[in-house]
Design a protein around this ligand. Structure first.
Ligand code: IMP
Length: 196
């Protein structure tokens, strides 16, 4: 599939810049939803796939262009995979120090000794007149008993990926991208663009 221009369904400039850099070798022009005056799409789905599909398909229809959207979050197994699709909304006023404290409190209150968790990321690529393509990435790990490290964002300081002695809060972004849910989902998307 030859894509020349793509809308990224995000208003987060950091995310848009990362995607721009990643798509440079493919000679794909990246435009943001804001540049095209496209609206924010409400995440009304109950799964990562539903939300990413909803965002990509809505904005692709409105713009007539291919659109890439992502949805991601942290799933804590002892909490029935919560906060999951609600990860951003779980933290009061997007204060993740508070969000992490609440999550650690919930986990302690659950009485479970299971601290396993995973991050998921689902990317959806909607292209007019085509079936939407889905690319998924996941990283498994455990929830620490307190935040460690100041790097990353969101719940990174309480998530220790499998096979590592430190949390994502101690990773630099290049290192994290190699094993993260988002890195893995984008790896599959890039392989698709390369025709692999
Ligand atoms: P969205 O995908 O932008 O809707 O938001 C996902 C939310 O999940 C973020 O606000 C974070 O709270 C959390 N999240 C997703 N990926 C990561 C990650 O790599 N590290 C830490 N938190 C993450």
């Amino acid at each position: 599939m030859k894509i020349e221009k793509i809308v990224v369904a995000s208003h987060n400039q950091g995310k848009i810049n990362e995607i721009k850099t990643m798509l440079e070798p493919f000679h794909i022009t990246v435009v943001s939803a804001r540049e095209l005056d496209l609206p924010d799409v409400e995440e009304t789905g109950t799964t990562f796939e539903e939300n990413s599909r909803l965002k990509a398909e809505t904005l692709s229809k409105l713009s007539g262009l291919p659109c890439l959207a992502d949805d991601s979050g942290l799933c804590v197994h002892a909490l029935g995979n919560r906060p999951g699709v609600y990860s951003a909304r779980y933290a009061p006023e997007r204060d993740f120090a508070k969000g992490m404290e609440m999550l650690l409190g919930e986990l302690a209150a659950s009485g479970s000794s299971d601290r396993s968790a995973h991050f998921s990321c689902v990317l959806a690529l909607a292209v007019p007149e085509n079936e939407t393509k889905i690319f998924e990435g996941r990283v498994d790990g455990t929830i620490t008993t307190e935040p460690q490290g100041n790097g990353g964002f969101g719940y990174d300081p309480i998530f220790k990926p499998e096979g590592y002695g430190v949390t994502f809060g101690n990773f630099d972004s290049a290192e994290k991208n190699k094993i993260s849910h988002r890195g893995r989902a984008f790896g599959k998307f890039k392989a698709f663009l390369e025709g692999k």
